[in-house]
Design a protein around this ligand. Sequence first.
Ligand code: PEP
Ligand code: MG
Length: 589
Amino acid sequence: MTKNNEKMLKGIAVSPGIAIGRVFIWASEEYNITRQQIKDRQIPVEIVRFEEALIKTRSEILEIQRKISKEMGVEHAEIFNAHLLVLEDRMLIEEVINSIKKEKINVEAAFVDILRRYYEIFSKMDDEYLRERLVDIQDVGKRVLRNLLGKQKKVLFETDEQAIVVAINLSPSDTALMHKDKVIGFATDMGGRTSHTAILARSLEIPAVVGMKTLTPSVKNGDILIVDGNQGVVIVNPPAAVIKKYRRERKKFEDFEKDLSRFTSLPAITQDKHTVEVGANIEFPDELSSVLAHGAGGIGLFRTEYMYMNRPDLPTEEEHYQAYKKVAEAMAKKPVVIRTMDIGGDKFVSHLDIPPEMNPLMGRRAIRFCLARPDIFKVQLRGILRASVHGNLKIMYPMISGLEELRQANQILDEVKSELRRKKIAFNQDIEIGIMIEVPSAALIADILAKEVDFFSIGTNDLIQYAVAVDRVNEKIAYLYEPAHPAVLRLIKSIIEVGHDHNLWVGMCGEMASEPPFALILLGFGLDEFSVSPVAIPELKKVIRSVNIEQAREVSKSVLKLSTAREIEVFCRARLQEVLFNNKTGKGK
Ligand code: PEP
Ligand code: MG
């Protein structure tokens, strides 16, 4: 620390670029409750605030119930009755009011105290039904607090000033609310390279560093910060000379990006004319302009679960249809892989009543959730099928771990197809169906699964996490998250080979596909499609265009003889440099 309080901290670089600006500390709803002593005359004011928040929450829930009952049937709307019961619980209401009166504290603090007590009591109950009421209490509690606190999220992300957001953690739904023109960078204490928050930062093209561990306690609102998303460095209150140096670095990075843009419109073809597909991963239809500007040959992964976030209700069939139609039309005849929702894990959707789980990344997420709630799944499938007449849409199921799951998903899809046929609603009868291979069990039975699908897309973000037993969002063990782990490479090689043996095309939509040194290995293994964040496309095309397939095969054979991820990475980086240096004709014109 210097007299300026300058401090340099190291984290995990997750989204390239350099941001220089003032800190805005973001605390999630749970952290933002301050306890204030109040005067006697404020007591009635706080009680009225509480009553108003209860009334507002009640009308919100009734509105959700009305919508769900219209779209999905009364029986589904009934689950919200439990929420209404919590809101009307006289004992809870009186306890909060008494606490405001007796302890002379603000309503938020009183409410959180009482909720916490309820939570403790319910969590110790033996009765499973009563224990499950915890979720209702939590959910209603959050809604009431949000209404008490006002529109806090909006205040943050619609702030007039540009800011660098610093947080202990950012959920993917928080991150999805960021506006690039306001949030110029962010840094979080938690998180790993393939957490969805990190992936979103790349999609939004916001420089970001995660896994900082101790940044939040080291800064205050208004501090000056440099976020170096290339090196994974954050500097707090830098002196003028350091700011100047980083402005120069920023300019260099912008020039580097400009230089790469020469490759956007060129095909992804090796020197010896072997063509692969380079597609984009997207989270929102809004990203289409970036997808087209970066030269994507299609969309290899549309993470549709974001359509379910930051809203009090479920997307309707019409909303699904419009979103997929927009993407299909914008991409003309290019392939667009719509992944059915992957809710759960770190992508939590509060209004869906998903109970907290001990291991959410291995819990009832993705296809598991969809098979448990076919009513919700069918709405999405109908939207996709209807939109399939507007372009080249394909359907992909996430987290398939065995054949039965795949068959059940296809069975539901068949039901939806029959329904559409009955109603004479047009859709592409030959729509391709694929699965993500992201669970090791699926990788190992790829030959069995291959017989019942049209394509595979390797989801390395999850495949690595499950194969190496390393939580992808945990910064403490991020050092173990190694795409080049020999076990991971063996799995990938085998998935591609099995896919090809069954005449399937095999893509990769995990983040590994966007890392240039690994492109040589993947090309050598015979990967047909790379689907990456739009910003990563030009550099990937540059690499592909610089190499010839024999060189790539030689790399992929050599790495299989090495024993550690570290050795493999060093080897690949060196080979990539040689290839880029020697095969100059790969450059765009
Ligand atoms: C993956 O797991 O590699 C993947 C692409 O899916 P997601 O990152 O959304 O889990
Ligand atoms: Mg995944």
